[in-house]
Design a protein around this ligand. Structure first.
Ligand SMILES: Nc1ncnc2c1ncn2[C@@H]1O[C@H](COP(=O)(O)OP(=O)(O)OP(=O)(O)O)[C@@H](O)[C@H]1O
Ligand SMILES: [Mg+2]
Length: 304
């Protein structure tokens, strides 16, 4: 029986050399663990290093310090066990929808005959509702359809981890909502482990089990990890009627509007903070004016 923890990010930093001015630290001392089946979102302002963190997890970039352990092993490069859905769709323009997905499946299962590859690819194309468009080229698809191909391709790899970099940000509201519903349905039903980057607080509340709040860069940090205690069977259109929804939303908005910038001052003023285990917070207020309830390392509430 494999352990509960799948990914362990241990003290990673990313630094770039600067002409004549020493190094620029984008983020440092970043620690985060992700359990199997967990859906984790990272939220933070532009430039704090979210894509860099995701690329490091994908094996497409390397940290300047620290390590990432997946399934007990330090990662050393890209792996089909960690599929990425990019913000741009990154499709091969000369191949059809089926061709794009089958290409990935064939790379994963080199010994499969053509018919089996095709059947497997079609299963995932159907899953995202693109069956009737399977023979179209990317140039004949809308933005939302292209994004679906990217999702089908990543899911068809049946990866241990799905990494998504703002997968819905370029879509209109209606398409975004539909795709969020589909991705959530697929991930919940298959206990998929996911790390997703988003700028959208409501998207994070709908999809994530926990939400990682990153402070502004340079020198960004994980300020805290917010536990989402809304029911797992939540429905997008009913979120705002759920008890605790506004506490959670206000907490995330307050972070983005204020604390993401002032956290550094709090640290400098002596805020007790352990980089290795950032505070886990459940921002559901129990009585008027109360502070977010403190929780232990497992995210369970502790008596205050
Ligand atoms: N090769 C590089 N040399 C110097 N700085 C770089 C390099 N690549 C990225 N950066 C800087 O690293 C920082 C983090 O970039 P990253 O793309 O990870 O940010 P992000 O949080 O994903 O932002 P966004 O929300 O806009 O996508 C940015 O300030 C960027 O300018
Ligand atoms: Mg980015």
């Amino acid at each position: 029986m494999p352990g509960k923890r799948l990914i362990s990010i241990e003290g990673i930093a990313k630094r770039y050399p600067r002409k004549g001015e020493g190094e620029l630290t984008i983020f440092e001392d970043l620690w985060l663990s992700i359990d199997r089946g967990e859906f984790v979102c990272i939220i933070g302002h532009s430039g704090c290093g979210k894509t860099t963190v995701l690329n490091i997890l994908a094996g497409l970039d390397t940290p300047s310090e620290g390590v990432v352990i997946v399934d007990g092993k330090e990662i050393s490069g890209p792996s089909l066990d960690r599929a990425v859905i990019f913000q741009g769709h990154a499709l091969l323009p000369w191949m059809s929808v089926l061709g794009n997905v089958a290409y990935a499946v064939a790379a994963r299962h080199r010994d499969w005959p053509k018919a089996k590859v095709r059947e497997h690819a079609m299963r995932f194309i159907d899953l995202v509702g693109l069956g009737p468009a399977a023979n179209r080229k990317p140039s004949e698809l809308s933005g939302g359809m292209k994004q679906r191909v990217g999702i089908a391709r990543a899911l068809s790899l049946e990866p241990k981890t799905l990494l998504m970099d703002e997968p819905f940000s370029a879509l209109d509201a209606l398409t975004r909502g539909t795709l969020q519903d589909e991705v959530r349905r697929i991930c919940v039903s298959s206990d998929q482990t996911v790390l997703m980057i988003t700028h959208d607080v409501d998207e994070a509340i709908y999809l994530a089990d926990k939400i990682v709040l990153m402070t502004n860069g340079p020198d960004a940090h994980v300020a805290e990890i917010v536990k989402n205690t809304l029911p797992r069977d939540r429905v997008r259109n009913d979120l705002h009627r759920m008890p605790g929804y506004y506490d959670l939303r206000n907490h995330l908005m307050d972070f983005l509007v204020t604390r993401s910038a002032t956290f550094k001052d709090e640290l400098a003023a002596g805020l007790p903070y352990d980089f290795r285990s950032p505070p886990v917070v459940v921002p559901i207020v129990t009585k008027e004016g109360a502070e977010p309830a403190p929780v232990d390392a497992k995210g369970d509430r502790v008596a205050s």
